[in-house]
Design a protein around this ligand. Structure first.
Ligand code: AMP
Ligand code: ZN
Length: 135
């Protein structure tokens, strides 16, 4: 399979590893948003949240939690953002599930998405449409 992250897991492409267990591998993002920006990837290849089985997702999240704590301790950061880009329209470039852990610092000027407001009745209708589609 021609997947960059599978190749990193197999040791065919080098990476700066920070954590590894039976289910997950964590390594530095090659183009960091902030110092220590880390990717936590499932060792099994799944494209994204839609097709990773629950048990594998839980195992991956356990690793994400450990690495997040490690980043705080090791790099002395106060907090971090966790991001999973789901599908290309949301910025997912590598179709192998991974969570970004981005360390944050006061005044780092990293702006998250701008927020808006709902028009009258729009929130009710939006919530209704989502609710009826959740299985
Ligand atoms: P996404 O846009 O969520 O698919 O994120 C993919 C991330 O993988 C990007 O932030 C890239 O900088 C990162 N990336 C791509 N190739 C490598 C690599 N060989 N080693 C480490 N990070 C990589
Ligand atoms: Zn893969």
């Amino acid at each position: 399979m021609n997947c960059i992250f599978c190749k990193i897991i197999a040791g065919e492409i080098p990476s700066f590893k920070v954590y590894e267990d039976e289910h997950a591998l964590a390594f530095l993002d090659i183009n960091p948003v902030a110092l220590g920006h880390t990717l936590v990837v499932s060792k099994k290849h799944f494209t994204n949240l839609e097709n990773i089985p629950e048990e594998d997702l839980c195992n991956l999240m356990v690793a994400v939690k450990k690495v997040g704590l490690g980043l705080k301790e090791g790099l002395d950061v106060e907090g971090y953002n966790l991001q999973e880009n789901n599908d290309p329209v949301a910025g997912q470039i590598i179709p192998h599930i991974h969570f970004h852990i981005v360390p944050r610092a006061e005044g780092d000027n990293l702006h998250l998405w701008p927020q808006g407001r709902y028009e009258e009745g729009e929130a009710e209708e939006t919530a209704r449409r989502i609710k009826q589609a959740i299985i």
